[in-house]
Design a protein around this ligand. Structure first.
Ligand code: N7H
Length: 484
């Protein structure tokens, strides 16, 4: 099998494969008001500043060196990436725009998309988001809100009247010891697909198909156009490159954006009440809903008690499978991380690896204020993910895994106790009209036992409040075909 694969990191936008470093990130959704002027101003003022994956990698090397030398590691690095919706692509390259991904063409706010994903109606999304046509998005990242805001203002000044801002919102990482944790309190950004051609396997002789231990290496065509993708029948073998409608799509990627509001006080209260009813620790119930403890330690490796040092250890925190956890004794089938990435626990691991995404989100909104027992301030996750097929990757995960109570199928209870209906992903699973959802086995039968329990969740604690699909072109497509 081919071991080396050259990724054109100078051409790929930085957020796509490696992730722009971000303590703060401004999302500026815009409409192109004067296409010719927009192309000209972007070319003159904006595009030379778009941050490539290579640049992000160089910055990471500098940071690692500084860290080793015990020097300051928060650097004023800032990043700029840009993506376009199907409408934006039409504005830039004309009505004979190419035949692109069907989901991208339809868009996140289309009736059929909303119905398919059980999303709340657009009428309940944040005001202004759909107040005008969205053609594109700028992602501006940096070390803090004020610097990101001043970079954003400078960029917008340089683009003048060629674009109109439809909606903008800043996300930032949580303060102090909550840094790196999302608003429900869980450490995030632990598990990402490994990309062949990016990290070297940490144990090349024993585990040549893993980056960090447990991180399966995938072919880059799953996330960036122009490279081989996964083989449909073999999780390791090179597969065909996803079809590109035009050569300039090479090194580009589709981005899904979802503004997901989190009802934090309500989530905490629900977990405390149900844990008391079930006779278990609330931290443990929350971990059974996610599949990891708040520290990041996976239930598969720490099934009864948190192991905080494990959570933060990149060499161990992803080194597990689910297939050997028969009867969901360690981790429920419906737990968020088991639903959205079941690893080796289905009939075909090759198939599972064709439904992966690279996540690059950031929290937004203030911390819960003292006395805020019902959500008073909007907070949550600016969810972002990258892929080469929105239909086969993000939408598949949301629809066929998270929203599907029968997934994973074919599981039996111990002692011929019948078949299991795992239930919904308790974090992101959605039913139409925000009805009640159930998940199987919140109380653990570990190491043995056969107590039957069900968690009934009357409302969603994660609520979609805006969404859009973008294409993130390569840097040369941005400077060439899209702006000439
Ligand atoms: Fe999820 N959470 O705090 O509970 N997610 N997620 N996610 N998520 C993950 O492994 C969370 C959302 C994935 O490789 C962790 O990095 C919250 C959507 C995938 O083992 C935690 C929200 C989708 C993974 C959370 C949210 C996904 C993952 C563990 C919304 C896709 C990797 C940290 C507000 C449809 C699984 C980690 C793997 C991990 C949470 C959204 C997918 C703690 C709160 C919409 C693929």
């Amino acid at each position: 099998m081919r071991q080396s694969l050259l990724l054109d990191l100078e051409e790929i936008q930085g957020d796509v494969l490696v992730g722009l470093p971000k303590r703060a990130e401004n999302f500026i959704f815009f409409k192109i008001t004067h296409p010719a002027l927009c192309m000209k101003s972007m070319k003159q003022n904006g595009l030379f500043r778009v941050t490539s994956a290579q640049r992000v990698n160089n910055q990471k090397v500098i940071l690692q060196r500084r860290k080793k030398l015990g020097q300051r590691t928060i650097e004023p690095f800032w990043g700029l990436n840009v993506g376009f919706t199907k409408n934006g692509m039409t504005e830039l390259i004309g009505a004979e725009r190419l035949t692109l991904d069907p989901s991208f063409k339809r868009g996140a706010d289309h009736r059929d998309t909303i119905e398919m994903l059980n999303d709340p109606p657009c009428s309940s999304w944040v005001g202004n988001f759909l107040s005008d046509r969205i053609d594109g998005v700028f992602l501006i990242t940096g070390p803090d809100r004020s610097l990101v805001m001043s970079y954003s203002n400078e960029l917008l000044r340089s683009l003048g009247a060629s674009i109109k801002v439809v909606y903008s919102e800043m996300g930032d990482t949580r303060p102090g010891s909550a840094h790196g944790h999302e608003h429900f309190g869980f450490l995030d950004n632990i598990s990402q697909p490994g990309i062949r051609g990016l990290p070297r396997p940490s144990q090349p002789t024993y585990r040549p198909n893993e980056g960090l231990p447990g991180q399966d290496l995938l072919w880059p065509g799953e996330f960036v156009f122009g490279y081989p993708g996964q083989h449909p029948d073999d999780p390791v073998k090179e597969g065909p490159s996803p079809r590109m409608a035009a050569p300039w799509m090479r090194n580009g990627s589709y981005m899904v954006f979802r503004r997901l509001e989190q009802k934090v006080p309500e989530f905490r209260r629900f977990v405390a009440e149900r844990a008391a009813r079930l006779g278990m620790d609330p931290q443990f119930l929350a971990a059974r809903m996610v599949g990891r403890w708040r520290s990041g330690a996976p239930l598969e490796l720490a099934p009864l008690r948190d192991a905080p040092t494990l959570g933060g250890d990149d060499n161990r925190n992803n080194d597990f499978e689910f297939g050997d956890d028969r009867f969901q004794r360690k981790c429920p089938y419906a737990a968020h991380i088991r639903k959205v990435y079941p690893r080796d626990d289905t009939a075909s691991e090759a198939e599972v690896q064709r439904h992966r995404i690279i996540r690059a989100g950031i929290p937004f909104g203030p911390e819960v204020a003292p006395g805020e027992t019902t959500t008073e301030h909007s907070r949550g996750l600016m969810f972002v993910c990258y892929q080469t097929s929105i239909e086969r990757q993000f939408e598949y995960i949301q629809k066929n895994y998270a929203n599907n109570p029968d997934f994973v199928s074919g599981k039996e209870r111990p002692n011929r106790g019948g078949m299991v209906t795992p239930g919904f992903d308790p974090i992101i699973g959605q039913v139409s009209g925000n009805g009640a959802r159930e998940m199987d086995e919140p109380f653990p039968n570990y190491p043995a036992g056969s107590r039957r329990t069900t968690l009934t969740i009357p409302e969603q604690f994660v609520k979609l409040t805006a969404a859009a699909y973008f294409f993130m072109p390569s840097i040369s497509a941005l400077r060439g075909v899209l702006t000439s």
